[in-house]
Design a protein around this ligand. Structure first.
Ligand code: PFF
Length: 454
């Protein structure tokens, strides 16, 4: 496809909101709290923040540079910038990671729809923590209902994708992101007002370094990449739709700050609430689905109408946040199939949706009737999460850093980051230094450490 034909985002705000829409999702509100819970709380958050700042930001800018300069899907981008080299595998790995993440992510996204319906039918009223734990267990292990929601969620994603970049992706993000922020702030207030909320705050803010082991570093690194949508060419694909005027550094900063603030706010909602009702913070993937219904019931025990309205709004927005992320993953794979195999966009999208439904069904069943089928003692759902978030994304990030820091012509990097010399970029030297040395060494060390080699 030639330069002129390629779609573009229509406005600066659209660029930021669509990229932030990709970044902000279940990773912030579902995965971040349970990873924090599993890894001991505040110390994990501190390492996470370092990963975002030192590794996440420079790698995000690199993905933007690669995407906007090549104006191609993520696999083709490396062909354009490094023709006839092996770099193309970084792009292929990204497309594969996008497909794999979308498959199991949609399972959880589907759960949010069940909770929207449950909240809408006032199904949380007058229930307590035990009821919510039992309800979640029987639902997530059911062989049919989660699968139906999974299919529906992927079809919704499909529908927006076939509408295209400007009307589908940009328009939906502009409405949904601001709404999400507002409701999150209200919920933080509710959660902090619960009796015994201080313990949750302490867990979140007071680091206990005795809990830090090698696992924590890979956990934090994987979470940072997952949450920022990095390492698989997602933001690279979005950047191929950026205009020449988009300020890449500023956009990365806005997305990074928004994503991190929302993750911390999610922690401020979940942990005070969990401690308040005595739910352990290491409850894993079920954490938000059992603690949150409680928050609404308890915080508004005197005003059931408010409990109803807020729980319904929360799950709708969670579904929406998940949707802006599934759209971005779907786009990576759809753009690749559409542009590389010369099939129509609709057909490409259909293939992606069908493939993800197929794999997603196995992922969903692995939490219930198929839980005994394991590899490396992980079911398909957990295996997909582990392989993508803890191996493919950090590896992708490592290679992207090396590509931009060592391989790519610095003139190209400068031209993109400064918009052809129009912007002052004081951090350029530091940026290159991090990509060349800090990021490769840090990510490699974390890998080697996790594998037990040192
Ligand atoms: N960043 C998304 C989230 O936090 O929910 C998940 C995600 C989207 C991961 C896009 C990777 C990706 F390419």
């Amino acid at each position: 496809m030639s330069k002129g034909e390629r779609a573009n985002f229509g406005s600066k705000l659209g660029v930021i909101l669509a990229s932030a829409g990709s970044a902000v999702g279940l990773g912030n509100i579902w995965r971040f709290p349970y990873e924090t819970g599993n890894h001991g709380g505040a110390a994990f958050i501190l390492i996470y923040l370092l990963c975002v700042l030192i590794l996440g930001m420079p790698i995000m800018i690199s993905e933007f540079i690669i995407g906007r300069h090549s104006r191609a899907n993520t696999a083709r981008a490396y062909e354009v910038l490094a023709p006839k080299t092996q770099w193309k595998w970084v792009g292929f790995m990204g497309v594969l990671a996008g497909f794999l993440i979308l498959s199991y992510y949609s399972v959880v996204a589907g759960w949010t729809l069940e909770y929207v319906i449950e909240a809408g039918a006032d199904g949380f009223a007058k229930k307590g923590p035990e009821d919510f734990i039992n309800a979640f267990q029987s639902f997530s292990q059911d062989p049919f209902r989660p699968v139906l929601w999974l299919v529906l969620f992927l079809l919704m994603t499909h529908f927006i994708i076939v509408k295209g970049v400007k009307n589908g992706i940009e328009k939906s993000s502009k409405i949904m992101m601001p709404l999400l922020l507002v409701i999150i702030f209200v919920l933080v207030g509710c959660s902090l007002s619960l009796p015994g909320a201080e313990k949750g705050l302490e867990f979140l803010l007071k680091p206990d370094f005795s809990k830090v082991d090698s696992n924590v570093f890979l956990g934090a690194l994987g979470q940072a990449f997952f949450s920022l949508s990095l390492g698989m060419g997602c933001l690279c694909t979005y950047a191929s739709y950026f205009s020449k005027e988009t300020n890449l550094g500023k956009t990365a900063l806005s997305v990074g700050v928004l994503d991190t603030v929302i993750a911390i706010l999610a922690g401020l909602i979940i942990f005070p609430a969990a401690f308040s009702v005595g739910i352990k913070p290491d409850a894993g993937p079920s954490l938000i689905f059992i603690t949150l219904p409680n928050v609404f019931q308890q915080a508004f025990s005197g005003a059931p109408v408010l409990a109803y309205i807020f729980s319904l709004m929360f799950y709708i927005l969670l579904a929406v946040a998940a949707l802006t992320s599934t759209i971005s993953m779907h786009e990576v794979v759809t753009a690749y199939l559409h542009e590389e195999f010369k099939i129509s966009r609709n057909k490409a999208a259909g293939l992606v949706t069908g493939g993800c439904i197929f794999l997603g069904i196995f992922a969903s069943l692995s939490l219930g009737i198929a839980k005994d089928y394991t590899a490396f003692s992980l079911g398909i759902f957990d295996l997909l999460d582990f392989v993508t978030a803890k191996i493919m994304l950090p590896l992708g990030g490592l290679l992207i850093a090396i590509f931009t820091g060592w391989y790519l012509d610095k003139k190209v990097v400068w031209e993109e980051i400064s918009n052809g010399g129009k912007l002052k970029v004081r951090y350029f030297k530091l940026f290159i230094f991090i990509l060349k040395y800090i990021a490769p060494v840090a990510i490699s060390l974390i890998f080697v450490n996790e594998l037990g080699l040192i």
